[in-house]
Design a protein around this ligand. Sequence first.
Ligand code: 16G
Length: 242
Amino acid sequence: MIYKNSPLPIYYQLEEAIKKAIHTHQLMPGEMIPSEREYTEKYKISRMTVRQAITNLVNDGYLYRQRGIGTFVTHQKIVQPLQGLTSFSEDMLARGLEPSTRVISLSEIKAELDLAAKLEVEAGTPILELKRVRLADHLPMSLETAYLSKVLSGGLTEEMAFSSIYSHAEKTFGLKIQFGRQSIEASVAQKIEAEMLEVAEGAPVLRIERISRLETNKPFEVAKSVYRADRYQLTIDMERER
Ligand code: 16G
Protein backbone atom coordinates (compact mmCIF):
# COMPACT_ATOMS: atom_id res chain seq x y z
CA MET A 1 0.00 0.00 0.00
CA ILE A 2 1.05 3.54 -0.70
CA TYR A 3 -0.38 6.28 1.52
CA LYS A 4 -0.69 9.56 -0.30
CA ASN A 5 -1.32 11.47 2.96
CA SER A 6 1.62 9.96 4.78
CA PRO A 7 4.47 12.30 5.78
CA LEU A 8 6.76 9.75 4.11
CA PRO A 9 7.49 10.69 0.49
CA ILE A 10 5.74 8.46 -2.05
CA TYR A 11 8.98 7.45 -3.77
CA TYR A 12 10.28 6.29 -0.38
CA GLN A 13 7.15 4.24 0.28
CA LEU A 14 7.51 2.59 -3.13
CA GLU A 15 11.18 1.85 -2.40
CA GLU A 16 10.17 0.16 0.85
CA ALA A 17 7.45 -1.82 -0.94
CA ILE A 18 9.92 -3.10 -3.55
CA LYS A 19 12.51 -3.93 -0.86
CA LYS A 20 9.86 -5.86 1.03
CA ALA A 21 8.98 -7.80 -2.13
CA ILE A 22 12.67 -8.69 -2.45
CA HIS A 23 13.04 -9.72 1.19
CA THR A 24 9.92 -11.87 1.10
CA HIS A 25 11.03 -13.44 -2.21
CA GLN A 26 8.05 -12.18 -4.15
CA LEU A 27 10.79 -10.82 -6.39
CA MET A 28 13.74 -13.19 -6.80
CA PRO A 29 17.40 -12.39 -7.62
CA GLY A 30 17.77 -12.03 -11.37
CA GLU A 31 14.04 -11.51 -11.87
CA MET A 32 12.79 -8.54 -13.89
CA ILE A 33 10.69 -6.17 -11.80
CA PRO A 34 7.39 -4.77 -13.15
CA SER A 35 7.73 -1.87 -15.58
CA GLU A 36 7.49 1.78 -14.56
CA ARG A 37 4.07 1.87 -16.20
CA GLU A 38 2.82 -1.07 -14.16
CA TYR A 39 3.85 0.62 -10.91
CA THR A 40 2.30 3.88 -12.10
CA GLU A 41 -1.00 2.16 -12.77
CA LYS A 42 -0.97 -0.09 -9.73
CA TYR A 43 -0.34 2.69 -7.20
CA LYS A 44 -1.81 5.63 -9.18
CA ILE A 45 1.39 7.60 -8.82
CA SER A 46 3.45 9.57 -11.32
CA ARG A 47 6.08 8.04 -13.54
CA MET A 48 8.65 10.47 -12.15
CA THR A 49 8.04 9.13 -8.64
CA VAL A 50 8.41 5.53 -9.82
CA ARG A 51 11.58 6.43 -11.66
CA GLN A 52 13.04 8.09 -8.57
CA ALA A 53 12.30 5.07 -6.36
CA ILE A 54 13.84 2.69 -8.89
CA THR A 55 16.90 4.87 -9.41
CA ASN A 56 17.47 4.99 -5.65
CA LEU A 57 17.22 1.20 -5.44
CA VAL A 58 19.65 0.85 -8.36
CA ASN A 59 22.08 3.20 -6.61
CA ASP A 60 21.70 1.28 -3.35
CA GLY A 61 22.44 -1.99 -5.14
CA TYR A 62 19.04 -3.68 -4.76
CA LEU A 63 18.26 -3.49 -8.47
CA TYR A 64 20.24 -3.23 -11.68
CA ARG A 65 19.25 -2.02 -15.11
CA GLN A 66 19.91 -3.77 -18.38
CA ARG A 67 19.71 -1.26 -21.15
CA GLY A 68 16.82 -1.87 -23.52
CA ILE A 69 15.52 -4.82 -21.48
CA GLY A 70 14.43 -3.79 -18.02
CA THR A 71 15.32 -3.58 -14.35
CA PHE A 72 16.24 -6.67 -12.36
CA VAL A 73 16.72 -7.74 -8.76
CA THR A 74 20.41 -7.88 -7.85
CA HIS A 75 22.09 -11.17 -7.12
CA GLN A 76 23.68 -11.72 -3.76
CA LYS A 77 27.21 -10.48 -3.55
CA ILE A 78 30.10 -12.90 -3.66
CA VAL A 79 31.79 -12.76 -0.29
CA GLN A 80 35.45 -13.17 -1.08
CA PRO A 81 37.97 -13.76 1.71
CA LEU A 82 41.21 -11.92 1.14
CA GLN A 83 43.36 -14.64 2.68
CA GLY A 84 44.61 -17.32 0.33
CA LEU A 85 45.91 -17.02 -3.21
CA THR A 86 43.16 -18.42 -5.38
CA SER A 87 42.10 -18.05 -9.00
CA PHE A 88 38.80 -16.77 -10.32
CA SER A 89 37.85 -20.25 -11.54
CA GLU A 90 38.59 -21.78 -8.13
CA ASP A 91 36.65 -19.05 -6.32
CA MET A 92 33.54 -19.52 -8.44
CA LEU A 93 33.63 -23.33 -8.44
CA ALA A 94 33.97 -23.30 -4.64
CA ARG A 95 30.65 -21.42 -4.52
CA GLY A 96 28.88 -23.72 -6.92
CA LEU A 97 28.91 -21.07 -9.65
CA GLU A 98 29.95 -21.78 -13.20
CA PRO A 99 33.00 -19.71 -14.22
CA SER A 100 33.29 -18.63 -17.82
CA THR A 101 35.42 -16.20 -19.74
CA ARG A 102 35.22 -13.83 -22.66
CA VAL A 103 38.69 -13.37 -24.04
CA ILE A 104 38.97 -9.81 -25.32
CA SER A 105 42.57 -10.02 -26.47
CA LEU A 106 45.83 -11.85 -25.98
CA SER A 107 48.76 -9.94 -27.35
CA GLU A 108 52.45 -9.43 -26.99
CA ILE A 109 53.42 -5.94 -25.84
CA LYS A 110 56.62 -4.31 -24.66
CA ALA A 111 56.67 -3.76 -20.90
CA GLU A 112 56.70 -0.07 -20.08
CA LEU A 113 58.67 1.12 -17.08
CA ASP A 114 56.14 0.56 -14.31
CA LEU A 115 55.07 -2.90 -15.49
CA ALA A 116 58.64 -3.93 -16.18
CA ALA A 117 59.62 -2.98 -12.63
CA LYS A 118 56.74 -4.97 -11.19
CA LEU A 119 57.47 -8.01 -13.34
CA GLU A 120 61.18 -7.56 -12.60
CA VAL A 121 62.19 -7.45 -16.26
CA GLU A 122 63.97 -4.78 -18.30
CA ALA A 123 61.78 -2.03 -19.72
CA GLY A 124 60.88 -2.93 -23.30
CA THR A 125 60.92 -6.69 -22.67
CA PRO A 126 58.13 -8.48 -24.57
CA ILE A 127 55.38 -9.61 -22.20
CA LEU A 128 51.88 -11.02 -22.68
CA GLU A 129 48.81 -8.89 -22.14
CA LEU A 130 45.63 -10.86 -21.60
CA LYS A 131 42.31 -9.04 -21.32
CA ARG A 132 39.31 -11.06 -20.20
CA VAL A 133 35.81 -10.60 -18.87
CA ARG A 134 35.17 -13.15 -16.13
CA LEU A 135 31.64 -14.37 -15.60
CA ALA A 136 29.88 -16.40 -12.93
CA ASP A 137 26.74 -18.20 -14.04
CA HIS A 138 26.89 -16.05 -17.20
CA LEU A 139 26.93 -12.74 -15.28
CA PRO A 140 29.95 -10.48 -15.73
CA MET A 141 31.88 -10.10 -12.49
CA SER A 142 35.16 -8.54 -13.49
CA LEU A 143 37.34 -7.32 -16.28
CA GLU A 144 40.86 -8.59 -15.83
CA THR A 145 44.01 -7.54 -17.60
CA ALA A 146 46.87 -9.84 -16.75
CA TYR A 147 50.43 -8.99 -17.73
CA LEU A 148 52.46 -12.13 -17.79
CA SER A 149 56.12 -12.78 -18.04
CA LYS A 150 56.71 -14.24 -21.49
CA VAL A 151 59.61 -16.38 -20.38
CA LEU A 152 57.34 -18.09 -17.85
CA SER A 153 54.10 -18.34 -19.76
CA GLY A 154 55.12 -17.91 -23.39
CA GLY A 155 53.17 -21.00 -24.36
CA LEU A 156 49.86 -19.54 -23.24
CA THR A 157 47.31 -19.72 -26.04
CA GLU A 158 44.01 -17.95 -26.52
CA GLU A 159 42.26 -21.27 -26.12
CA MET A 160 43.84 -21.78 -22.69
CA ALA A 161 42.81 -18.26 -21.70
CA PHE A 162 39.15 -19.27 -21.96
CA SER A 163 39.67 -21.45 -18.91
CA SER A 164 41.91 -21.09 -15.86
CA ILE A 165 45.33 -19.61 -16.53
CA TYR A 166 46.46 -20.59 -13.01
CA SER A 167 45.54 -24.16 -13.76
CA HIS A 168 47.39 -24.08 -17.11
CA ALA A 169 50.42 -22.43 -15.50
CA GLU A 170 50.55 -25.17 -12.90
CA LYS A 171 49.44 -28.23 -14.83
CA THR A 172 50.55 -27.44 -18.38
CA PHE A 173 53.70 -25.42 -17.68
CA GLY A 174 54.65 -26.96 -14.33
CA LEU A 175 54.92 -23.59 -12.55
CA LYS A 176 54.16 -23.18 -8.86
CA ILE A 177 52.23 -20.01 -8.10
CA GLN A 178 52.91 -19.34 -4.46
CA PHE A 179 52.74 -15.72 -3.25
CA GLY A 180 50.62 -12.73 -3.99
CA ARG A 181 50.12 -9.13 -3.02
CA GLN A 182 46.95 -7.31 -3.77
CA SER A 183 45.82 -3.71 -3.52
CA ILE A 184 42.22 -2.58 -3.72
CA GLU A 185 40.82 0.82 -4.55
CA ALA A 186 37.31 2.17 -4.93
CA SER A 187 36.56 3.65 -8.34
CA VAL A 188 33.94 4.05 -11.06
CA ALA A 189 33.56 2.23 -14.36
CA GLN A 190 34.85 4.06 -17.43
CA LYS A 191 32.75 3.83 -20.60
CA ILE A 192 34.47 0.78 -22.16
CA GLU A 193 34.73 -1.02 -18.83
CA ALA A 194 31.04 -0.34 -18.19
CA GLU A 195 30.11 -1.87 -21.54
CA MET A 196 32.08 -5.02 -20.87
CA LEU A 197 30.82 -5.36 -17.32
CA GLU A 198 27.27 -4.54 -18.40
CA VAL A 199 26.86 -1.73 -15.90
CA ALA A 200 26.18 1.97 -16.35
CA GLU A 201 29.14 4.24 -17.00
CA GLY A 202 30.19 5.60 -13.61
CA ALA A 203 28.90 2.56 -11.68
CA PRO A 204 30.97 1.73 -8.59
CA VAL A 205 33.79 -0.75 -9.10
CA LEU A 206 36.77 -2.06 -7.18
CA ARG A 207 40.13 -1.77 -8.89
CA ILE A 208 42.30 -4.62 -7.76
CA GLU A 209 45.93 -5.06 -8.63
CA ARG A 210 47.52 -8.38 -7.90
CA ILE A 211 51.14 -9.33 -8.29
CA SER A 212 51.54 -13.06 -7.99
CA ARG A 213 54.84 -14.82 -7.69
CA LEU A 214 56.16 -18.32 -8.14
CA GLU A 215 57.74 -20.31 -5.34
CA THR A 216 61.08 -19.04 -6.67
CA ASN A 217 59.72 -15.53 -5.89
CA LYS A 218 59.80 -14.60 -9.60
CA PRO A 219 56.76 -12.47 -10.56
CA PHE A 220 54.34 -14.51 -12.66
CA GLU A 221 51.67 -11.89 -13.34
CA VAL A 222 50.62 -8.36 -12.69
CA ALA A 223 46.85 -8.38 -12.96
CA LYS A 224 44.86 -5.16 -13.07
CA SER A 225 41.24 -5.99 -12.56
CA VAL A 226 38.01 -4.07 -12.40
CA TYR A 227 35.43 -5.80 -10.21
CA ARG A 228 31.77 -4.91 -10.10
CA ALA A 229 31.22 -3.43 -6.64
CA ASP A 230 27.61 -4.62 -6.71
CA ARG A 231 28.76 -8.21 -7.02
CA TYR A 232 31.67 -8.33 -4.56
CA GLN A 233 32.25 -8.00 -0.89
CA LEU A 234 35.78 -8.58 0.37
CA THR A 235 36.35 -9.91 3.86
CA ILE A 236 39.37 -10.55 6.00
CA ASP A 237 39.86 -12.29 9.34
CA MET A 238 41.88 -10.38 11.87
CA GLU A 239 43.51 -11.09 15.16
CA ARG A 240 44.84 -8.66 17.70
CA GLU A 241 48.55 -8.94 18.26
CA ARG A 242 49.44 -9.40 21.95
C1 16G B 1 41.97 -13.92 -10.12
C2 16G B 1 43.09 -12.91 -10.02
C3 16G B 1 43.85 -12.72 -11.29
C4 16G B 1 44.20 -14.03 -11.94
C5 16G B 1 42.97 -14.89 -12.10
C6 16G B 1 43.30 -16.23 -12.66
C7 16G B 1 42.20 -11.14 -8.56
C8 16G B 1 42.00 -9.72 -8.34
N1 16G B 1 42.69 -11.57 -9.69
O1 16G B 1 40.86 -13.40 -10.73
O2 16G B 1 45.03 -12.05 -10.95
O3 16G B 1 44.78 -13.81 -13.20
O4 16G B 1 42.37 -15.08 -10.82
O5 16G B 1 42.09 -16.90 -12.85
O6 16G B 1 41.90 -11.88 -7.71
P1 16G B 1 41.94 -18.22 -13.71
O7 16G B 1 42.98 -19.17 -13.23
O8 16G B 1 40.55 -18.67 -13.48
O9 16G B 1 42.20 -17.83 -15.13
